[in-house]
Design a binder for this molecule. Structure first.
Ligand code: ATP
Ligand code: MG
Length: 385
């Protein structure tokens, strides 16, 4: 008996001609998720099999593989020779002592002397005879014992499906620049876009010394958590202190956030072009706060030369976002109370529906090009592998 892990994937089969490419990227991502752990990945039809690992680490490996986008489900299985006696012994190891069960066989090897129904009946019958407290329930069993007769003379026996992260393999949908604040929303936005297969780099803006080093650490912690889903993450850290000071000095107070947003977009696009990204991703949700109106979004979109902005949370309620943040493990970090740069020089009454013409007029008081150069010159990059 040898422990193996079965990885089933989703959606990839939908991709027709691109299937080979999708599978290649998915395999690379599975390999990355297991880096540092001894293992081998095989590719029999329709799924992946992992073996050659230290069996004590099977659950840890399964958990890592389940997190890879594109994974539908994962099972830890026993691999044995395809022989009824061996199969029965293997089933007994994972069968419950009491309650309801059923045996479900899948027979890829059509030369196996018994068909699926016969295997179910014989294995199930023996188990019932040996464990009188068990009952068969084919409709809603408490436990299903799966037997998979493979074409190479081996069989797989398992009982549990671990739900995978779903989605598409990261690396199959282009590259985006995530605006990552220390808040609840933007890590969730990054997760959702990565789940659709997009590679991400992140950019964070701070106003040191108005914001402190703990705020920065918090964002690095968020980036680290996110990087486990995105297969690594480059975090670009940019100071907007001078930009905020200049806005404060020369422009109407209520335009602080509107104008700052426009700088963030420009900087993200500039860095994005340099690193081969094609769009910007934000955690905005329509109507959530004063700056997240359609007019606010129009005002920030208007500065972009060619990048579109993806806002995966646009139709989400805060409670839905919080729920997702908890699931992905970013919530606890996001709610730590450190100031974001947006709260520095925060106006009492921020503009709710900025008028683009007026915003542009106010911005004429600033040397936009010089401020951009200045901010970009001090950019730092932190790499999470
Ligand atoms: P979040 O929880 O993501 O901070 P929020 O509800 O606090 O969102 P805002 O502060 O208005 O909303 O920010 C809207 C979006 O702008 C964020 O989701 C993020 O994508 C981007 N953003 C805001 N502040 C920063 C920052 N300091 N660095 C990078 N991006 C930022
Ligand atoms: Mg915020």
């Amino acid at each position: 008996m040898q422990k193996v892990i079965i990885v089933r994937y989703c959606e990839i089969h939908l991709k027709g001609k691109n299937r080979g490419y999708f599978e290649k990227v998915f395999l690379e991502n599975l390999e990355k998720a297991l880096s540092g752990i001894r293992h081998e990945i095989h590719r029999p039809s329709g799924r992946y099999l992992v073996d050659g690992f230290d069996e004590a680490r099977a659950d840890e490996i399964a958990a890592r593989l389940a997190k890879v986008f594109g994974t539908h489900s994962v099972s830890v299985a026993q691999q044995i020779p395809a022989d009824m006696e061996e199969i029965y012994r293997s089933v007994v190891r994972i069968a419950p002592e009491s309650g309801t069960f059923k045996v479900q066989t899948n027979r890829a090897d059509k030369h196996f002397p018994l068909d699926s129904m016969q295997i179910n009946a014989q294995i199930g019958g023996r188990l019932l005879a040996e464990r009188p407290q068990l009952r068969v329930d084919v409709r809603e069993p408490q436990k299903t014992l799966y037997i998979d007769i493979r074409e190479n003379g081996t069989a797989l026996v398992f009982s549990d499906y671990i739900k995978g992260a779903g989605g598409m393999p990261v690396g199959t949908s282009g590259k985006g620049m995530l605006l990552l604040s220390g808040g609840i929303d933007s890590p969730v936005a990054g997760y959702m876009i990565a789940k659709r297969g997009m590679v991400l780099e992140a950019v964070h803006f701070h106003s040191y010394p108005y914001t402190n080093m703990q705020a920065r650490e918090k964002v690095e912690n968020l980036a680290e958590i996110l990087s486990r889903y995105t297969g690594g993450l480059h975090l670009h850290v940019v100071s907007v202190t001078r930009i905020q000071e200049e806005i404060h000095k020369h422009c109407p107070d209520e335009m602080m956030i509107t104008l700052l947003r426009r700088f963030m977009m420009r900087i993200a696009e500039r860095i994005g072009k340099r690193v081969g990204a094609q769009c910007i991703v934000t955690g905005e949700s329509l109507g959530q706060v004063a700056s997240q109106t359609i007019e606010g979004m129009t005002s920030s979109n208007a500065v972009l030369e060619s990048f579109p902005v993806l806002r995966p949370l646009v139709g989400f309620d805060k409670t839905e976002i919080i729920e997702r943040a908890r699931q992905i493990g970013t919530y606890e970090t996001s709610v730590q109370p450190y100031e974001d740069c947006c709260t520095v020089f925060l106006p009492k009454h921020p503009l709710i529906r900025p008028d683009l013409a007026k915003v542009r007029l106010a911005e004429e008081k600033l040397d936009v090009a010089a401020l951009l150069e200045d901010a970009l010159a001090q950019e730092e990059t932190v790499v999470f592998k």
